[in-house]
Structures are given as structure tokens and as C-alpha cells.
Design a protein around this ligand. Structure first.
Ligand code: SAM
Ligand code: SF4
Length: 335
């Protein structure tokens, strides 16, 4: 689908076109992944989080400003009550080329058909281990079998593409890289390995100690598979490789070893309506104030969003050896 010629476009002061928005629709989650949350998380009070209607208006406004892709995330987006209503509303926006979801998979067994019918073509499902005990120790509260049933449900409704996301930590799950890749190949899925990012204070490990680089993961994979580089992109920061005789693509998101900021095309909206211009910086504007002052209106939002382009930073400055400078957890940020 091509956008109408008179649609606006969002361009930041470094000349990057912003056509991708990740919207966190809840900060809550049924898991407590060790790299994402602390065990004892405080969640936002209800009145501080945007309603589904407010999230819908914000999504629509971005699409009218040239955004082609929206990813719903969280927290766990599929635990938000009535999330399907929002998914349907955004899925019906005719100028939106792609509506995607990132999920931990726990609710997919139940919701996969409705998500597919609402127009979602691609989903990302997080999976860091195929060993039940290890999966439990990484997610603290997750149940591997429930997630595997969710993946199966997603496969059977026929999404165009399903991608597994795996965060790899040294001495925790780096031995899972090959089994996870074999699982992806056997099930016709893509898989992306992610370097852990220092977002928020966590209590389970020292992030520098568990750092396992994308190059190490690639080296491990090359003991078994032949990887060839591609220029393919899914509009995000991953770099992809192909395998012979397989549709599976293997991606790497490498904030530490291969900075991806130069071609950044995205911004994030947190569930309390903070428009974050960069994952790894605090530059932001408050959209909640605007959407609550002028309910249902897109023009005041457009003015603010356009202005925000002048404060989008050049890139993140993550340093695993320093205390986190970003106190937001990934679950709050919208990964
Ligand atoms: N709950 C959903 C899920 O887990 O897929 C969506 C939200 S989660 C914050 C989005 C992605 O961020 C997941 O793939 C998760 O593994 C990843 N993630 C969370 N914390 C991270 C961190 N500190 N560094 C890198 N990736 C992280
Ligand atoms: Fe929940 Fe996703 Fe964070 Fe895990 S990574 S705690 S599933 S939001």
C-alpha cells in the first residue's frame, strides 16, 4: 500500500526520516525477565496510563504524519484488557503499511486468531531458552510450555512472518543459541539475537559480567551453520544473515558492538504518553497532556510531534561498565 502523496513526513535534525513508532500499551507483564525487570516492580497508577482511545488517537496521528509501521509492545501488550480493540482500530488505518506486535507469547494460544484477523501480519515472540527450568529462571514467572503452545497457535493461524527474539547472557543462556536456531529453522521462523541493554536498575546480575557479544554468538553459530550476509531489513535495527536451504533469517541487534543509531527511523511512546526520541536517552515530550487537553484531536498532537524532531538525539551512549544512566526499564520504555 502506498501513502497518499500529500501525507506529511517526520524528519529529524540529522536528516533521518522517522516512519516507525513503537507504542507501549501497558507497563505490566505476567513475566519478570531478569534483564528487563527487577523482581519487585512498581507499576504505574491507572490514571497515569493512556486509555485505549487515547492510544488510538496517538497512533492515528503518527500515521497521518507519514509513519508506515507501528509496533505494539510493553510490558506485555497482550495482557492489557481489551487490547484487541486497539489492535483492530490501528489495523484498519489505511495508510499504515505494517502493524506488528512484540509479545512474550503467553497469551497467543488464546489471542492469535483475533490478532491475525485484526490485520497484524508479523509478530515477534521472545524466547530465550528451550529448557523449562532455564526458561523459568530467566523469566522468573514464565511457563515455557505455554509459550511454545502460543508459538504453535501463531504458526497455525498463518502470520506472514514470525520472529523469535532472544536476549543472550553469558553463563545464563549462551548455550541456547544453537538449539534456538534449530528450533527456528524447524518451524520456519526467523530469529534475532539481542545484546542486553542497560535500561533500568535490575537486581539479578551485573550487566557487564554477562555481556555476550553478537560476534561471539555469530561465531558459535558458524560452528554449525553457514551464514551469509543480506541487506534485508525489517525496518528495525537488526542486521540479517541467511542460511542455505532455509527461509529462516538470523538477525543480530548489537547496541554495544555495532551501533545502529546512524540510520535510526523510529521513536517510542510510553504508556503514560511520553514520546521518547531515543531508546537510550531521556529526550522526550509529553503527549498525554495534549491528548487530554484536546480529546480526540490530532492537530495539537501533530504540532508537538513535529517540534519534537528537533530534540531527537544523534544516538545512545550505552556503557555497560557505568551505572545505568537510563532508569526506565525496558518494560516501561517499550522494547
Ligand atoms: N513483553 C514483550 C516481550 O517480551 O516480547 C514485549 C516487551 S519486551 C520489553 C520487548 C523486547 O525487549 C523483548 O524481546 C525482550 O527480550 C527485550 N528486552 C527486555 N529488556 C531488555 C534489555 N535490558 N536489553 C535488551 N533487550 C531487552
Ligand atoms: Fe515482560 Fe517482555 Fe520484560 Fe519479559 S521482556 S519482563 S516478557 S516485558
Amino acid at each position: 500500500m502506498t501513502g497518499a502523496p500529500n501525507r506529511e513526513s517526520l524528519i529529524d535534525k540529522f536528516g533521518r526520516t522517522i516512519d516507525y513508532v513503537r507504542i507501549s500499551i501497558t507497563d505490566r507483564c505476567d513475566f519478570r525477565c531478569v534483564y528487563c525487570m527487577s523482581e519487585d516492580m512498581q507499576f504505574l497508577p491507572r490514571n497515569e496510563i493512556l486509555t485505549l482511545e487515547e492510544l488510538g488517537v496517538i497512533g492515528k496521528t503518527f500515521v497521518e504524519m507519514g509513519v508506515k509501521k507501528i509496533r505494539l509492545t510493553g510490558g506485555e501488550p497482550l495482557v492489557r484488557q481489551n487490547c484487541i480493540k486497539l489492535i483492530q482500530e490501528l489495523g484498519a488505518l489505511k495508510d499504515l503499511e505494517e502493524l506488528a506486535i512484540t509479545t512474550n507469547g503467553s497469551q497467543l494460544e488464546k489471542l492469535a486468531p483475533e490478532i491475525k484477523n485484526a490485520g497484524v501480519k508479523r509478530i515477534n515472540i521472545s524466547l530465550d531458552s528451550l529448557l523449562p527450568e532455564k526458561f523459568k529462571s530467566l523469566t522468573r514467572t514464565g511457563n515455557l510450555h505455554q509459550v511454545l503452545r502460543g508459538i504453535e497457535a501463531a504458526r497455525s493461524v498463518g502470520f506472514e512472518r514470525i520472529k523469535i527474539n532472544s536476549v543472550i547472557l553469558k553463563n545464563r543462556n549462551e548455550k541456547e543459541v544453537i538449539p534456538l536456531t534449530k528450533f527456528a529453522i524447524a518451524n520456519g521462523l526467523d530469529i534475532t539475537f539481542i545484546e542486553e541493554m542497560p535500561l533500568g536498575v535490575i537486581d539479578s546480575h551485573d550487566r557487564a559480567e554477562v555481556y555476550y557479544s553478537s560476534d561471539k554468538i555469530k561465531g558459535d553459530l558458524e560452528t554449525v551453520f553457514t551464514l551469509s550476509a543480506t541487506n534485508e531489513s525489517t525496518g528495525g535495527p537488526a542486521k540479517y544473515f541467511k542460511l542455505p536451504d532455509s527461509t529462516t533469517r538470523i538477525g543480530f541487534i548489537s547496541p554495544h558492538s555495532h551501533n545502529f543509531c546512524g540510520d535510526c527511523n523510529r521513536v517510542r511512546v510510553t504508556v503514560e504518553g511520553r514520546l521518547l526520541l531515543c531508546l537510550g536517552q531521556e529526550h522526550s515530550i509529553d503527549l498525554r497532556e495534549i491528548v487530554r487537553k484536546w480529546p480526540g484531536r490530532t492537530d495539537p498532537l501533530k504540532t508537538a510531534i513535529k517540534k519534537s524532531m528537533s530534540i531527537k538525539p544523534e544516538g545512545h551512549t550505552f556503557d555497560l561498565n557505568e551505572q545505568p544512566i537510563i532508569f526506565r526499564h525496558m518494560s516501561h520504555t517499550g522494547g
